[in-house]
Each structure stands twice: as C-alpha cells, then as structure tokens.
Design a protein around this ligand. Structure first.
Ligand code: NAD
Length: 333
C-alpha cells in the first residue's frame, strides 16, 4: 500500500528560518515531496548558501525578513494561503544566547504570535520547533514530555529556554482558544552538514578543531552527557509530526547517550587527528545530562532514528573537511 503524506504535492508550506541548518534540510525534504515552499529568513544565523542549490527550483521562494515583525503580507510569495506553517526560526547555539538575547526572545514570542495568527487565518497546520532546553538542567532522566523541567528563569540560557516555553504556551493557547491545528516538537541535540563551524555547539566545534589539528576544548571535565541525532532523522521526525494530528509536545532525537569526552575521542579517531583534549571552565547552567524519552515519538508517530553516530559523524566530517578546504583555498588565493 502506498501511503500518501498529509502534506505533499499541491500544498503550500511556509518555513521560517528556512536558510538555517535544520530548516534548510526540512525545506529539501518538503520540496522532494512536491510541496511548494516559501522560506522566510533574516540571515541572523543562517546563510543563503544553505539554500543556494534551490535558487532555480520552481517550487521554492526565499524571502528576507525578520518574522518577529510579522510577515510582509504583500510580498508576492506570501499573499496566498498556506496549508502548513513550520516555525523553525530562532538562533539556537550557546554562543547566540550571549550575543543575540533580545533577538531570541523576540522570535520566540512576537514571531510565534504573528505566525499563529496567520495559521489561524489560513486554517494551516502550525508546527513549532521547541527544544530539549525546555527541560533546563533536568532532574529527571531520561526526559519524558510530562516532565516540566528545571529552568533558571534569569540565567544566561533563560532567553532561549523561556522564549521556547512561552512559544509552547502560545501554541497551546491558540489550539485551545482558536482551534488551530498545532504540533510541538521538542528537538534534542542535532548535528550534520550545514552547521556553522563556529557556533559553539560540541559537534562542529570538535570536528573543526580536530580537522585543523587544534586542541579540542571540553568544558568542565567532559563528563556531561548528551544524545545526538543526525539531521535527516530529525527531519523525518518533524515530517511525521506534520502529517499527524498530534499536538505534542513530542520529543525528537536519539537515545544513544555519550559524555562529551567520549564524543571528542570518537571525533579524534574518525578524523585521524592528532589533536589533544584541553579543559575549560564549565559554562553556567549547562545541563549535566540530557536524553529524550522517545516513547511518545515511537508509539504516536512511528519514529525510529536510522543513522548511527559513526555514520552521521563521518558524513558531517566530510562536509566540514570540504568547507574548511574551500576557506583555506580562498585565503591563499
Ligand atoms: P540555525 O540558526 O541554523 O537556524 C535558524 C534560522 O532562523 C537561521 O537561518 C536564522 O537566520 C533564522 N532566524 C532567526 N531569527 C529569525 C527571525 N527573527 N526572522 C527570520 N529568520 C530568523 O539553527 P538550527 O540549529 O537549525 O535550529 C533550527 C530550529 O530548531 C530553531 O528553532 C532551534 O531552536 C530548534 N532546535 C535546534 C536544535 C539543534 O540541535 N540544532 C535543538 C533544539 C531545537
């Protein structure tokens, strides 16, 4: 039996932050299904390079705009109704929490309200990209969706954690009050091609350091754990949620958990690097452990990550090696 996805050929989908790391892969997957996709991005952390391969695609449009200011409704790509709106825009890396705090708060709050209004008006399904950071530094492990979290509301990470928690509350309010068809995905650490090498997240940082033969910098003693998910698996999870009638929140990620030291050692091994590990002070409110309870994703969505960590890291290392090679060639030339 051929299963036709709920959103496919003939459907119009809006992806905010479409030129970012995860959203650009989502755009690729939606176009591959035959959807017409409009990406709106202000390039605060994303880049046109991530969607440059789609420049001639007849089903794709890229609009430069800050969605915290609403949508430029008269833009020709934005006048027709959308069948689905995926609100993926937000700076998301630890370095952004310090450098873009107000932008993060605005895109989580004002932009979410504007986009929910548009979803209400269009009768569109609305998907919110939330985060495992909604659990803060969790006291329950692994984290099920029923856990309400342990967030410092005034710490440096609070701009991100609390704006996503606000966005979740707003999404549920529009669902309850206006009947908007919504789905919330709580995304756990995801990695893959198109991440920014300097974004402060462990995988791109360690890979870039290993490829350059620089010391690999671990915060604290490197015993803090994370589970990391390859981007294609996450995208599949988001599409399963999009096609479903689930409101969520639903965790998406993998259950393979490692310490940051183990991850650094694996990357040194896979790159064949001679980098040594060095230790830096631990960052404030950095969660000690994080791993999703995926029961809901498995049972409600049929979600199952497929790409193992070695395979995913190999693909990511290949991408970074090409990018670093290009950058050094440009510097020399
Ligand atoms: P990213 O920074 O690569 O992508 C975000 C995109 O949003 C960028 O292109 C950026 O320019 C754009 N953007 C930000 N603010 C905007 C605004 N006001 N108007 C228009 N565009 C704006 O980050 P990512 O890692 O791909 O994350 C994508 C989404 O997934 C984010 O909402 C993030 O919170 C969520 N998420 C990601 C992870 C992860 O591990 N990558 C984990 C949890 C949640």
């Amino acid at each position: 039996m051929v299963v036709v996805p709920r959103f496919g050929a003939g459907h119009r989908v809006l992806v905010t932050g479409g030129a970012g790391f995860v959203p650009s892969h989502l755009v690729d997957a939606l176009l591959a299904r035959g959807c017409t996709v409009v990406a709106v991005d202000n390039f605060v952390t994303g880049t046109k390079d991530n969607v440059a391969h789609l420049a001639e695609h007849p089903g794709f449009a890229l609009v430069e705009f800050d969605v915290a200011d609403g949508l430029p409704e008269h833009h020709p790509a934005l006048t027709q109704r959308f069948d689905a709106i995926l609100h993926m825009a937000s700076p998301a890396s630890p370095t952004d929490f310090a450098t873009l705090p107000i932008e993060i708060l605005r895109v989580g709050s004002q932009a979410t309200l504007h986009l929910l209004d548009r979803a209400h008006r269009d009768g569109a399904r609305f998907i919110l990209a939330s985060t495992s950071e909604a659990y803060g530094d969790p006291k329950v492990h692994p984290q099920p969706e029923s856990y309400w979290g342990n967030v410092n509301p005034v710490g440096v990470r609070s701009v991100y954690d609390e704006s996503k928690r606000f966005a979740e509350a707003a999404t549920m309010a529009y669902h309850r009050h206006h009947g908007v068809d919504v789905g919330i995905v709580r995304i756990f650490n995801t990695y893959g091609p198109r991440m920014r090498p300097d974004d402060g997240r462990a995988v791109p940082t360690f890979i870039t350091q290993a490829l350059r033969g620089e010391p690999i910098t671990l915060h604290g003693n490197g015993s803090q754990t994370r589970s990391i998910c390859y981007v294609n698996d996450l995208v599949n999870g988001i599409l399963l949620l999009l096609d479903s009638i689930e409101t969520g929140p639903i965790n998406c990620g993998t259950e393979d958990e490692f310490s940051m030291r183990e991850l650094a050692e694996l990357i040194i091994q896979l790159t064949g690097s001679e980098s040594m590990i060095t230790y830096l002070p631990r960052t404030a409110d950095d969660p000690e452990m994080r791993r999703p309870d995926l029961t809901l994703a498995r049972t409600r969505l049929g979600f199952a990550p497929r790409v193992g960590v070695e395979e995913g890291l190999r693909r990511t290392i290949e991408h970074f090696a090409q990018r670093i090679g290009k950058l050094s060639a440009q510097r020399v030339g």
